[in-house]
Design a protein around this ligand. Structure first.
Ligand SMILES: [Zn+2]
Length: 188
């Protein structure tokens, strides 16, 4: 398979060799994140284009572009041996840079509606003979496909408190740990 791309996106395709990653991508991809992208690409193919901006650097010869949104997708497609990707071009370079941040930032956060999620996963399990929760990124939740409800209990529930300074943060941490709670410090 050279690529698995929704036929409607074919007119937007360019060779993988004419693209490179954003050298100033502020967003990191975890190995788990990349595994999920790769699994989704393999299973569902490309269903939306990546976003690129024309580039004149010396990383690649000739006309090429770098990726604003879809760096992880590009990396995974490359590993899967794909030869092309569908893309749309962002014209204004400065705005494009801002858009890349907005795209990453806006995909953060947000939780899951546990009831709806549970319902959907159970439904898909019935409707699709080859359904595997891992294909949609929920591999951790399911030790056994027989009991999705129980598996969803594996979700963790967190409380995040914001502080203006490190001292207050450390103090609450001490208090909570004294109560036997599992805590993690975040500095954002
Ligand atoms: Zn370049």
């Amino acid at each position: 398979m050279k690529a698995n791309i929704n036929p409607q996106l074919e007119p937007l395709c360019v060779p993988l060799a004419s693209l490179h990653e954003d050298q100033r991508n502020a967003k990191k991809h975890t190995p788990k994140n990349l595994t999920r992208i790769k699994r989704s690409l393999r299973k569902f193919g490309m269903q939306k284009p990546i976003v690129v901006v024309k580039c004149r650097c010396h990383l690649l010869a000739g006309e090429h572009a770098f990726i604003l949104a879809g760096n992880g997708t590009y990396r995974c497609a490359k590993q899967l041996g794909w030869d092309r990707l569908p893309r749309v071009e962002f014209e204004d370079a400065a705005r494009a840079r801002a858009y890349a941040l907005a795209d990453n930032r806006s995909s953060e956060g947000g939780g899951w509606n546990k009831d709806v999620l549970e319902e959907l996963l159970a439904e898909l399990d019935e409707q699709l003979p080859d359904f595997d929760p891992g294909d949609v990124g929920f591999e951790d939740l399911f030790d056994s496909k027989d009991d999705p409800g129980k598996a969803l209990g594996a979700l963790t529930y967190s409380v995040i408190a914001d502080f203006d300074n490190e001292t207050d943060q450390a103090q609450l941490l001490t208090e909570l740990e004294a109560r036997g709670l599992r805590c993690r410090l975040l500095i954002a």
